[in-house]
Design a protein around this ligand. Structure first.
Ligand code: AAL
Length: 429
């Protein structure tokens, strides 16, 4: 048979098939299309479905059901607003800037008392920058510091007990400053992890590794492990210079130390949090291959929640002001968006070390306010925050998505003179 005749026959078959299908599509609309059009005409229900409805959804409504525990934040166990209280018991020398307390640890309860550890600076003058610093003049608020601790019967009034970790002699890690500590209780012993500076912060950047000390009692005495516990990363890697905010939890039977590192140096930097895991509190620690685990979050503040880990992701980064959750303790997603979060939070986490796969959450802790005092007398203070991120509490007063902030709060964030000049009538870009 000639080629052209064959082609004509095949073309005829194709055209016939095409028309049959086409007619079918015209005659009997696809059931799916019909349903979509009916639903779309029906409009989204007034009584918001508590579970994802079977209907076409916009990206935002897909996210509402995929990302968040409940459609309304007021019902979301991982949403909370925050309330703040001044603490009693800490003296700040009338705010002259020579004493500062900041970066509190998690809180533990032992011997019927709450315990907290924190960075304490006690210097003859307030910080003067790296160029003007020396053996007694601090470069930053966390330079020339020791780690002290305090106890409390009620979480509101605290009694400063004294130094836990003094600065060790040169060249031991942390000889310049020991700061930003957190506590682990493991097999009846206590471990403090902290940043160990070997130069004034700001000399090259905020550069330090993590060191640790251990004790048989939360009241010490503490013995330094006298080695770097979590080393900086390889040259050129994200954590090559800074391993900050070491934050130990016990999860899946191992010691999970979350930490912060900063890509680049202040002020043009971004922060991210990573994870190092060990079977023994003094290591060796293995950094997680997926590090960095967070794309935002200046200080680390995490807690066991259900079978996973939740995080207060507070400052810096596209996902600041969020509460995040990872059912595996590694892959975090945004679980809630909130505001006025507690900076450098150290929560009271009764199950921080139980590793029972049933984390109950948190309701209070300590945190810090930096930049207190007059221009040349800057220091930080500890304060208390309260929230409802607990599976065992339902406090509607902590589920406020529309905080009323007085106009003075907004006016306190005013235009700079330069901005006002640029925006004066007719000058705006
Ligand atoms: C804090 C923490 C670390 C930094 C500095 C003191 O918020 O991130 O401890 O080094 O700032």
């Amino acid at each position: 048979m000639r080629k052209t005749a064959k082609q004509a026959i095949y073309l005829g078959y194709f055209l016939a098939a095409y028309c049959l299908l086409g007619i079918n599509a015209c005659a009997e609309p696809n059931k799916g299309d019909e349903k979509d059009s009916e639903l779309a005409q029906a409009g989204f229900p007034w009584d918001i479905p508590q579970t994802k409805p079977d209907r076409p959804l916009s990206a935002a409504m897909e996210r509402l059901y995929d990302n968040y525990l409940t459609p309304r934040p007021e019902d979301n166990e991982l949403f909370s607003s925050f309330k703040y209280t001044r603490l009693e018991g800490f003296d700040y020398r009338d705010g002259n800037g020579t004493i500062s307390r900041r970066d509190p640890s998690k809180i533990i309860k032992e011997n019927g008392k709450y315990y907290v550890w924190y960075t304490r600076r006690d210097t003859p003058v307030p910080p003067r920058g790296a160029k003007n610093s020396n053996d007694t003049i601090p470069s930053t608020d966390w330079d020339l510091c020791e780690i002290w601790y305090a106890t409390s019967e009620d979480g509101f009034t605290w009694e400063e007990q004294g130094v836990a970790i003094p600065r060790p002699p040169k060249p031991t890690v942390g000889w310049r400053s020991v700061t930003t500590t957190d506590i682990l209780k493991w097999k009846g012993k206590y471990y403090l992890y902290y940043q160990g500076f070997m130069e004034a912060s700001g000399t090259k950047g905020d550069h330090c590794p993590v060191a640790a000390s251990y004790a048989d009692s939360p009241d010490g005495p503490w013995t330094a492990a006298d080695k770097i516990i979590i080393p900086n990363g390889e040259p050129g890697t994200w954590d090559q210079y800074s391993i900050h905010d070491p934050y130990p939890l016990v999860y899946k039977g191992k010691i999970y130390v979350y930490f912060k590192a900063a890509y680049g140096d202040r002020p043009d930097y971004l922060v991210g949090n990573g994870l190092a895991i060990a079977d023994d509190p003094l290591g060796p620690f293995t950094k997680h291959p997926l590090n960095p685990l967070f794309n935002s979050g200046h200080e680390t503040a995490l807690f066991p929640f259900k079978e996973g880990i939740a995080s207060l992701t507070i400052r810096n980064g596209n996902e600041s002001n969020t509460i995040q959750y990872a059912s595996d303790g590694v892959n975090f997603n945004i679980a809630a968006v909130t505001q006025l979060m507690p900076t450098a939070a150290g929560a009271y986490i009764p199950d921080a070390f139980t590793s029972n796969g049933n984390g109950r959450g948190i309701t209070w802790g300590l945190h810090h306010f930096t930049g207190q005092g007059k221009k040349e007398q800057k220091y930080s203070i500890l304060a208390r925050f309260d929230c409802d991120l607990s599976l065992d509490v339902h406090d509607p007063g902590m589920k406020n998505t529309q905080l009323w902030l007085g106009s003075d709060v907004y006016f306190s964030q005013g235009l700079s003179a330069k901005q006002r000049e640029e925006r004066m009538g007719g000058n705006e870009k």
